[in-house]
Design a protein around this ligand. Structure first.
Ligand code: GDP
Length: 198
C-alpha cells in the first residue's frame, strides 16, 4: 500500500503556499461530515492522518501529504464545505481557494469527491462539480458510510448518483465505500495508483 507512508507536508491558506506544481497529486473533497477524513485514514491505514470529526468548518486550509520515497506524488485534503456556521467571508474565501485550485493546479491528476451514501449530490456537491466543467479532470465519486444502508439501497443510490452525474455530462467513476467496514478500499487504491501513473 503506497499510501501508508503518507506524511503531512503543510497546510495552505493560499495557492502560492502549496508545494511546487510538479509531479502528480490527488485531491479529496466533500461536504463537512461526509466522511472524508475517515476515507483518507482508511486509504492510508492510519488512525489520524486526517482528523476525524474535527469541528467542521474550522479547517479552511488545504492540507498536503507527500507520498515517499520520491515525494513526487501527493494527497491533498481540501477543506470540507457546507458547514452552516461558516461566515459569508469564510465561505467566499473557500470558494475562491477551491475554485482557483481546481482550475489552476496543473499537477492535479484527479479528484475524489466524497458523499454520504444517504445524501448524494447535494446542491453543494453540484456547485463543486460546476468548477470542474471549465477544466475537466478525472473524477471519482466515493459513496461512503455504505454500512449505514442495506445492499439494495446502496445499489439504488449508486445508480441514482451515476445518472445524476451523466445528466450533468460528467464522465466519472463511482463506488460504494465504508471506512467502518473497510469496504471498497482496495478498489479505491487501485484507481488512485492508476491516476498517479505509479
Ligand atoms: P469529514 O468531516 O468529511 O472529514 O468526516 P469524518 O471522517 O470526520 O466523519 C464524520 C462522521 O461520520 C464521524 O462521526 C465518523 O465516525 C463517521 N463516519 C465516517 N465514515 C464512516 C463510515 O464509513 N461508516 C460509518 N458508519 N460512519 C462513518
Amino acid at each position: 500500500n503506497p499510501f501508508r507512508e503518507a506524511e503531512f507536508v503543510l497546510g495552505a491558506g493560499r495557492l502560492d503556499q502549496l508545494p511546487d506544481d510538479a509531479g502528480a497529486e490527488i485531491a479529496f473533497a466533500g461536504r463537512s461530515n461526509a466522511g472524508k477524513s475517515s476515507a483518507l485514514n482508511t486509504l492510508c491505514e492510519r488512525r489520524a492522518l486526517a482528523r476525524v470529526g474535527r469541528t467542521p468548518g474550522r479547517t479552511q486550509e488545504i492540507n498536503v501529504f507527500r507520498l515517499p520515497p520520491l515525494g513526487r506524488w501527493r494527497l491533498v485534503d481540501l477543506p470540507g464545505y457546507g458547514y452552516a456556521k461558516v461566515s459569508a467571508r469564510q465561505r467566499a474565501h473557500w470558494d475562491r481557494l477551491i475554485g482557483d485550485y481546481l482550475r489552476e493546479r496543473r499537477s492535479l491528476a484527479g479528484l475524489v469527491l466524497i458523499m454520504d451514501i444517504r445524501h448524494p449530490l447535494t446542491p453543494l456537491d453540484e456547485a463543486m462539480l460546476h468548477w470542474l466543467e471549465g477544466r475537466p479532470r478525472p473524477l471519482h465519486v466515493l459513496l461512503t458510510k455504505a454500512d449505514k444502508v442495506s445492499r439494495s439501497e446502496a445499489g439504488r443510490q449508486l445508480q441514482a448518483t451515476r445518472r445524476g452525474l451523466e445528466a450533468r455530462g460528467l464522465d466519472a467513476t463511482l463506488q460504494t465505500f465504508s471506512a467502518l467496514k473497510r469496504e471498497g478500499v482496495e478498489d479505491l487504491r487501485g484507481l488512485l495508483v492508476d491516476w498517479l501513473g505509479a
